[in-house]
Structures are given as C-alpha cells and as structure tokens.
Design a protein around this ligand. Structure first.
Ligand code: ZN
Length: 670
C-alpha cells in the first residue's frame, strides 16, 4: 500500500497532518539555496530529489546501494510496457526527435518537448491522477515534418520491417493525437454494459474481458500478463525465462552483485527475490515477502518487483517498481524516542483516566531517504509505503512501514512561496512557516502516528471494535483524535527534554504549526470544487477541529482584508486549552462508541462549508497557478573503478534536469 502526496500542501492518506515535512534544524540552512522546483510543465512541477545522507554511508553500503540502483534502472522499461503496449515505441519516436532537433521547426519542437516531458513524468500518455489520455498539441503534419527533419539529422525511428517513416507516423498518429483511442489506462467504472478490462488501455490483459474468467483458474495472478490466444487464456509469466525475461535477467545480475555487500538478513531477502524472478512461483514470492519483512534492521533496503495493483482495474496484477533507500537515522531516532515514551504521554492524556491505556506501545516506522525510484514509483512518487500486500504474510509476519523523508522535504521545499503568503495574515506568520513548517509538520505527523493512533482505551462494551458503533463517523473521528494528540503535546516541555525540538525555538515551532493548521482549514477547500460538503475523512477531521476551536475558544479569528478571508491563529495557549477539551470529548466518544455525539460533532463543524468561501479560495489558489502533481528528478550515482576493476567509491550527483535524466535512462543522451 502506498500513501500518495501528490503535490504541494497535499493530503496524505493517513500520514496525518497536512503532509508537510521534516528537516532537522541544521539541514534547513543547507537546504535553502539549492534548487528544488526545477520547472513547471503544464499542471506538473518538476522537482529535484536530494539524498544528503548518501555520502556519509560506509563504502560497502554505498556499493550495495549502487548495485540496487542499477537493478532499479534495469527494470524501468517493464513498467513502461505494462502501462501501455505502445509506450516504448512512442517514447523512442519522441526522444529521437528531441535529440535530432536541429532542423525541426522551433514551435513544433517546443510542443513536442512539452508533451514528452509530461509523457516521461506520467510514464506514457495517461495522467497519473485521472488515468485519462493526454495528446500532443501540434498538428500531425507538423509532427511528421519534425520526424523527417530529425531523420535527416540521423534519428533512428522504431520502424517495422518494410515500413516507411510516413507509414509509421500514420500508424502511430492515433496514439499521439486521438484522445478517444484507448482513452483511459485504468477504468474501474466504465459505465453500464462496458467491461473494466476492455475499457482499460494498460497492457496487463490482451483481448481479455471479465467474462473470460469463468471456469479459468489463474495461477500467476500477480506476475503475469493475461492474453487470449486462439480462444483461450494464456498466462505470460513475468520471470527470467518468460515475459520480460531480458530486463529481469539484468535485474537479477545486479541483485547478485549486491548480495555480498548486504547484511545477512538482507542477503537472504535478495536471494529470495532472485529465486522468485527465476521461477515466478507464488510460493517463492511468499518466501521473498517473509524474508523481506524479517529484515527489519538493515541500514539499506530495496523494494523491487511487481508490487502494487492499483493500475489493474481488477486489482490483481502487480505493476513493476523499484525503490532503493537507506534509513535516515536521525529521523528514525525521533520516531523511536516517541514510541519509547508512549506511556509517559498516555499517562498525561487530557481525557478521563478510565480511557488511559496501560502498557501502551507506540507505532514505529522507519524514516528513509530514497536514492532512486523507478517504474510505478517514479518520477511520480508516494510519500509512505507499507508492505507486503499479502494479507496472510502480514498477519503472520507483520509488515514494514517507511516514510519517504527526502520526498516529503522536496514537496515542502518546492512549494511556491506565494502559497503561504496568500493565506497568512502577517509577514511574521509567513516567516515562521518558512522556517518551521517542515520541521513542525514532520514532528506532528510522527506524533499523530506513533502516540496518537496508538493511544487510548475502549470501554469494555465495545469489544475492541469502535468501528461497529461509530460506522461512517469512525475514520474522521480517529484521525481527529490522532491530530489532537499531536497538537496537544506539541508545546509540552517534554519534547525539548527528549531532544525532539530545540528548546530555544519551541514557542516559534508551536506557533508555526498552530497557524499552519488553522490556515489549512480554508486552504483545503480548494480541493472540493463541487458541492458544499467535505467527504474525505482527513479533510473533515481538520475542518472539524479548527471550526470547533473557532466556536468554543478565542484562539482563532476570522478576518477580512481586501475582500479576502483569513483564519488567524491569535492565541496559542487558548488553542492548546481548546484542543485538550476537544480531545477529551473525542476520546470519550471513541471509548464509548457514542455515535450520536460523533455525528453531531461532524455535522456541526466538520462536513458543511459555505460555497462562497470555497469559491473565493479556489479563485485565490488558481491565481497562484499551483501544480497538481510533481515529477521527481532522481539523484545520479556513479561508480569509481580502481585499477583492479573493483569499485573503490560511489559518487552521488544531482542532474537538476528532467530531460537529461530521462534521455540518459533510455540510452538516448547524445
Ligand atoms: Zn492517521
């Protein structure tokens, strides 16, 4: 499972808060002057990912990361092909034109470049948010002229046997120009009478509809392409001597090279993964999942394989992806510190003593820094991952959760400054947000997850199942509870004592978080462009808290300036006092399963909003031209080879350019 953080100020699924981010204080200063936002391409932002801790890794870990990085690149085209049968040919045509563009008309070239950048970011012609196809804006004639000009400069196109360049362009024109041809990569609700597989343009099924499954036993549900051949279904298994055999052989070669540098548990997991790539058998996949989960302490880790099933309308076929990362020790330490002190916080929760838990254990996750993400995880990346997906393995062996620290930092740092200034009442509020919102956001997110969700005791009559009593109110209430725990303890001197905040800046950090949390209650309205109700649970939770504080304390004031509405946090101690009161009531509602009270709380504060306010917010946000999602340029690793052919060092650098990286990945960089 993944947690998505699609763009600036995004809502993470659980990830708690406004999923802004981290940064320990010293890193803030280093981070200010280098580029995060590289360029805008339509509604997408292109951003640079940094992996600052890489240089400090011991050499054997650097070499390990390097081999895993090569394995991640080796499988990249698998996902291109899975996502759309024509993707690789389309990419080659585009890249050939762009790398032989001297004689191409400048206007056409600009249009091709714009389209190609979106194509790279989305791994093909389908928007990753909407699953809908986007098309090239130049005319087919201008595109053909560009291809001819490129051919004259030496471009080599993916022409089929006996085909002319014009015939190839005519054959491929509908792919580039016709939005009604293969309109959606994944269509889970295609409309009455339509089949979800036939309506989905991905390459996980060929000529297969849901009806074909009758009487068919699927052996390789996760790792095969299903093809109808001569009237019967054939599973093309993804394995070293099967479908995608060549890239898989390359992946395996790099994994084998990595094994000697891995810790014993990680080496076991890598060997299990190699075995699965060799056989494709479900039993070997399960063995790999188990070995991967058991490796819970290695400083370096990788996810590599057919993992998530979101792209398949049927939810069965795994899309290939790879991530390579190392544990961010400092940030993971902060999570562990909170977890180890969970009982201290529990004993001081502002709710009735009978709802306090004995022997509470915090929830732990690793904070990681990603070195590379390919396939379904890049250039558009999740911010949190919890694996394996196999429910049986999870129940028996547990799962691993990671939060992608440097990705979250990048989202925050690439946020246009106007996004904060537009909704902040004073320049001081803006300055506090710039200095501390990352830091405070990560801290409160950790508190939300580690001591928030883990806390509290239920009344016996609920039998451990508050969902059954609270029904559709449960999730929003539980998310509110976790947020409130974080907001309540944020000003506590205990945090400075534990080394989680610098004591001298503690007050500023609290202000930055309370102000940001308050602003978010109106800024988030931009996401709901229709109607006057919030549906998403995190959005309900955040609105409920802020509106309840507005109605029950003097902490927050609604003000107007130049026809614009502001929510202004004016009294941090009143804010905290109110949070404590609300938290006590929210805990009581959960512990007792008081459905009517939950419903009343959200109906009166969390769900409804005024359309005029939303319209105003939408207008202000649209004027800022914020990106809808971000494509990440990855760090680049290079091996330094010694006289004896062995790797003596691995260096990391940052291309700061999407086109350079994409052309390099596909071997087309001139
Ligand atoms: Zn949560």
């Amino acid at each position: 499972m993944v947690v998505l953080g699609l763009s600036v100020g995004s809502v993470a699924a659980c990830g708690g808060g406004v999923s802004r981010s981290p940064d320990q204080a010293p890193a803030v200063d280093r981070a200010v002057d280098r580029p995060y936002l590289l360029e805008r391409v339509g509604e997408a932002a292109v951003v640079q990912l940094y992996a600052d801790g890489f240089d400090a890794l011991p050499l054997d870990q650097k070499i390990l990361v390097y081999h895993l990085y090569r394995a991640a690149l080796a499988g990249r085209d698998i996902f291109y092909d899975q996502r759309y049968m024509h993707n690789l040919d389309m990419r080659e045509v585009l890249e050939q034109i762009l790398t032989h563009a001297d004689g191409v008309d400048p206007e056409t070239r600009a249009e091709v470049e714009h389209y190609t950048k979106l194509f790279w970011i989305n791994t093909g012609p389908y928007n990753n948010l909407t699953a809908r196809k986007f098309v090239l804006t130049s005319s087919p004639e201008a595109f053909a002229a560009a291809a001819h000009a490129a051919a004259a400069s030496g471009a080599a196109f993916p022409i089929r046997d006996g085909e002319t360049l014009d015939a190839m362009l005519a054959r491929m024109a509908p792919l580039f120009f016709d939005a009604s041809v293969d309109p959606s990569v994944t269509s889970k609700t295609p409309g009455a009478g339509q089949d979800i597989l036939a309506a989905s343009a991905n390459n996980l099924y060929v000529d297969v509809t849901m009806d074909d499954f009758e009487g068919f036993t699927e052996q390789y549900a996760l790792n095969s392409r299903l093809v109808k051949r001569d009237g019967r279904l054939v599973e093309e298994v993804y394995k070293i001597d099967g479908k995608y055999g060549q890239p898989i052989a390359e992946i395996v070669g790099h994994l084998e090279a990595a094994v000697p540098y891995a810790t014993a548990p990680m080496a076991e997991a890598l060997r299990a993964l190699i075995r699965f790539y060799q056989t494709g058998e479900a039993a070997d996949r399960e063995a790999y999942d188990i070995a991967w989960v058991r490796d819970d302490a290695s400083p370096v880790d990788t996810i590599n394989g057919f993992i998530e099933v979101y792209m398949d309308a049927r939810g069965a076929k795994g899309a290939w992806e790879a991530l390579v990362y190392y544990v961010n020790r400092e940030k993971t330490e902060a999570i562990r510190t909170l977890a180890e002190n969970a009982q201290w916080f529990e004993d001081r929760m502002p709710w009735e003593p009978q709802y306090r838990k004995e022997g509470v254990r915090g929830i732990t996750a690793n904070a990681i820094d990603v070195v590379i993400e390919t396939g379904e995880s890049g250039p558009v990346t999740p911010i949190g991952i919890n694996l394996p997906n196999d429910q049986a393995v999870r129940e028996e062996h547990g799962s691993k959760s990671v939060s992608l620290s440097n990705v979250v930092v990048t989202y925050d740092r690439s946020m246009p400054a106007e996004f904060r200034t537009e909704f902040a009442w004073t320049p001081e509020e803006v300055a506090r947000a710039e200095r501390w919102s990352s830091f405070a956001g990560e801290l409160t997110t950790n508190m939300h997850e580690v001591i928030g969700h883990a806390s509290g005791r239920l009344a016996d009559h609920l039998d451990g199942n508050p969902q059954a009593a609270l029904n559709e109110q449960y999730s929003a209430l539980e998310e509110s509870r976790a947020d409130l725990v974080a907001l309540y303890f944020l000003p506590d001197p205990k945090l400075a004592e534990l080394g989680l905040v610098p004591a001298e800046s503690h007050d500023e950090i609290v202000l930055a978080e309370y102000e940001g949390y308050t602003r978010n209650a109106i800024v988030q309205l931009r996401r709901v462009r229709e109607g006057t109700q919030l549906e998403e649970d995190h959005m309900r939770n955040r609105q409920m808290i802020v509106r309840w504080l507005m109605d029950n304390t003097n902490a927050i004031e609604e003000r107007e300036r130049d026809g614009k509405t502001f929510y202004v946090m004016r009294d941090a101690s009143a804010f905290r006092e109110g949070v404590g009161r609300l938290l006590a009531e929210v805990q009581r509602i959960k512990s007792e399963g008081d459905y009517d009270a939950a419903k009343q709380l959200f109906e009166s504060h969390g769900i409804h909003f005024e359309s005029a306010l939303r319209d105003q917010v939408v207008e202000r946000v649209d004027a800022l031209d914020l990106p809808s999602y971000s494509g990440f340029v990855q760090p680049k690793l290079d091996a330094v080879i010694g006289a004896d052919g062995a790797i003596t060092d691995v260096t990391i650098s940052y291309p700061n350019d999407l086109m350079t990286q994409m052309l390099e990945y596909s071997g087309n960089l001139p």
